[in-house]
Design a protein. Structure first.
Length: 228
């Protein structure tokens, strides 16, 4: 699989390092450079020609929104995901008008960044594999499909993301036996609390059923399986 080359624009060194680690956990993304200022970032982007930029708005020397505008004005062929604490609607609307493919508001977890990156990967693959794209294919990219019978056009609750939900449902569908929350979390490399949140959401929606397994001592353990 061809690498997707990523450039990070972030003034906080610790946040930049964390975002780099998060990004490179997702195949096939590779961080090829970082910058903490508008002018320096523009020069490095011209030199490195990244496929994707993770762009902060608030910079000590310059502004991420100005950088986005310059990138578009100079027709630099790169895509942008905003990763920022800026959450006023005017800023969000302006960045979307300039072609940002996603907007992550700090603080966010790994799963949300993973969702943004995989969504971007799906779009790249869709475009590269087809000379023409159908409405159905675009709708699939935009999540207007059902996942395990759940209509993803309706908003998912806070902390529940499309791709993780799909991953969990696919995993449960492949299992013959019911599993504990810890077993599911370990298999999908999720935290136990994250797995529990998704499982309880799916139980509420009637897509997963739960049974109590009693041991010799202590509280019973919940075991989950997909409703067939």
């Amino acid at each position: 699989m061809e690498l997707i080359r990523v450039f990070i624009v972030e003034d906080d060194p610790m946040v930049s390092s964390i975002n780099k680690q998060f990004t490179e956990k997702v195949t096939p993304f590779k961080v090829v450079g970082t910058s903490a200022s508008e002018n320096d970032a523009l020069e490095k982007i011209k030199e490195l020609k990244p496929d994707l930029i993770l762009l902060d708005i608030f910079l000590p020397n310059g502004n991420g929104l100005n950088l986005l505008k310059k990138i578009r004005q100079e027709s630099i062929p790169t895509d942008i995901i905003l990763v920022t604490a800026a959450k006023d609607t005017a800023t969000i609307q302006e960045t979307l008008r300039y072609g940002a493919v996603d907007y992550l508001i700090k603080p966010f977890d790994f799963e949300r960044l993973q969702q943004a990156l995989l969504n971007y990967l799906n779009l790249r693959e869709l475009i590269s594999e087809h000379a023409d794209v159908s409405q159905e294919e675009l709708d699939h990219y935009n999540y207007s499909v059902e996942v395990g019978g759940l209509n993803t056009l309706s908003s998912l609750p806070k902390g529940v993301h499309f791709l993780t939900l799909k991953q969990l449902l696919n995993y449960l569908d492949s299992q013959k036996n019911s599993l504990s929350c810890q077993q599911i979390a370990d298999a999908l490399t999720l935290s136990k609390i994250t797995a529990w949140r998704y499982l309880e959401y799916l139980v509420e929606k009637g897509k997963v059923e739960v049974a109590l397994e009693y041991g010799a001592i202590g509280r019973p353990t919940k075991h989950y399986r997909i409703v067939r």
